[in-house]
Ligand binder design. Structure first.
Ligand code: ATP
Ligand code: MG
Length: 441
């Protein structure tokens, strides 16, 4: 992509309304635009990151055996009357009427709707286990939308729903998602710690929040330092091996970890001081096992091997891709801007032509752009005529992992400079050596 043809509305001033660094940087880097309180447009740079984050989440859901569908954002109030949550959900739910004065709502979550789909088609234990997910916009009329997309009113969520015959198998479904979440967050380049959690209005008895440690996190968290070194399960993890999954979950829930609400002062005090990590955290994922809370009132029944009908056991599993992006930035930035983990960067390489119009610079940049592109690298090529200092500042701000800088002096002798955003490390190489190094030869 040539920057001259891209839409990257960089802000020079630091926006006053932004209280935390991720919000400031997302606005300054032209990733998002606020349209109303807690409601944002995703501009092209932000959209590329959102798509990358969603793609990783999708791959790991699929790997764990979940099936993607897409449910609508508008739901019928009647469904929620069936589960009894229409009144319970309160003011966070945006209630709407259509022209026939039928009560509708903008979905804050999808337990009811997915249960309705399930009960319409599935009758037998032979069709289980089943896990259905979608990645869809949600609306919650938060009391205090703030921190940009970190706590917005409209936000993207991946929500998965598992269906099983009994407690035992639904616990395995829970473990599958738990392990998928460990892998997902590791691939997103963040360290997320599972913590015992309160189940809130979703209900149920078993629940974990996945928390990224960051000083701007909204809740205080307490955990054992062992979490910082635990090994994340590899790609080869067997999602059909119930015992194997349970032992991974066991390992990841054994050390102490709790959010403020679930904190057990006595258990905490029993830990040696040098093993305690007391910090602030951002909730990026939340998984619940709630058994028959919805299937019972909504009559989602399955026949077991004994021929008896019974309510299906369920769990739900959420990740907010839009909040995750803000959390990644909170965890990975410096005074010059964002530092994207390679897996979610909007482009892999930023190519800077320091002197467009100079024959050598143009020729080398064109060749780099073509060959890197042919090798599958996504390149943002700054071919504009702003001054070099502004180009460097923009590249640092938008945080691409690698910059390739082509100036007239080097270009004459066929050399370019590489700069790694994260370490600031620089290297001058010949064109071919640079292409080799980047993987674009
Ligand atoms: P919180 O406790 O932060 O209000 P929640 O417990 O209400 O969140 P869940 O219902 O567990 O949220 O939603 C699943 C995921 O959706 C969360 O882990 C988070 O990543 C995301 N999410 C929830 N609310 C918001 C929001 N207002 N803005 C952005 N993302 C959100
Ligand atoms: Mg939650």
């Amino acid at each position: 992509m040539r920057l001259s043809r891209f839409f990257l509305p960089i802000l020079k001033e630091t926006p006053k309304e932004a209280e935390i660094v991720s919000h400031r940087l997302m606005l300054r880097a032209g990733m998002i635009r606020q349209q109303a309180a807690g409601i944002y447009s995703w501009l092209p740079l932000g959209k590329r990151v959102l798509d990358k984050v969603s793609a990783i989440i999708r791959e790991e859901q699929n790997r764990a055996g979940a099936l993607e569908l897409l449910m609508p954002v508008i739901q019928s109030a009647d469904l929620w009357r069936e589960s009894g949550r229409y009144d319970d959900y309160g003011k966070e739910m945006l209630r709407i009427q259509d022209r026939h004065e039928r009560d509708l709502l903008f979905g804050p979550t999808n337990e009811e709707m997915v249960t309705e789909i399930f009960r319409s088609y599935v009758r037998s234990y032979k069709d289980l286990p089943l896990n259905l997910y979608h990645i869809q916009w949600k609306f919650r009329d938060e009391v205090r939308p703030r921190f940009g997309v970190m706590r917005s009113r409209e936000f993207l969520m991946k929500d998965a729903y598992s269906f099983d015959l009994d407690y035992e198998s639904s616990k395995t479904a829970y473990d599958r998602m738990f392990v998928a979440y460990l892998r997902t967050f590791a691939r997103l380049g963040v360290h997320a710690i599972p913590m015992r959690a309160d189940t809130g209005p979703i209900g149920g008895e078993l629940s974990h929040e996945f928390i990224i440690l960051a000083s701007t996190g909204e809740s205080a968290v307490f955990c054992h330092k062992d979490f910082l070194e635990l090994q994340v399960p590899g790609e080869d993890v067997d999602f059909d091996d119930a015992a194997g999954l349970a032992s991974i979950v066991e390992r990841w829930t054994a050390p102490y970890a709790a959010t403020e609400e679930m904190h057990d002062e006595a258990a905490w005090e029993a830990l040696p001081d040098d093993e305690k990590v007391s910090a602030r955290g951002i909730e990026v994922g939340h998984i619940f096992h709630f058994g028959t809370k919805y299937s019972e009132p909504m009559k989602a029944l399955v026949t077991g091997p004994d021929g008896k009908e019974q309510p299906v056991f369920m769990g739900s599993y959420g990740i907010g891709p839009s909040r995750v992006i803000a959390a990644i930035i909170e965890a990975s930035h410096d005074e010059n801007g964002i530092i994207w983990p390679a897996s979610v960067a909007p482009f892999d390489v930023g190519l800077i032509n320091m002197k467009p119009g100079d024959a050598d610079c143009d020729r080398i940049c064109d060749e780099l752009y073509a060959r890197l592109g042919a090798a599958g690298q996504h390149v943002l090529y700054d071919d504009g005529d702003t001054r070099a200092g502004a180009k460097f500042a923009t590249m640092d701000l938008i945080g691409l992992p690698l910059q390739v800088i082509v100036g007239p002096r080097g270009a004459k002798s066929g050399e370019v400079e590489l700069k790694w955003r994260k370490t600031g490390e620089r290297e001058t190489l010949s064109l071919d050596a640079a292409l080799n190094r980047i993987g674009g030869a």
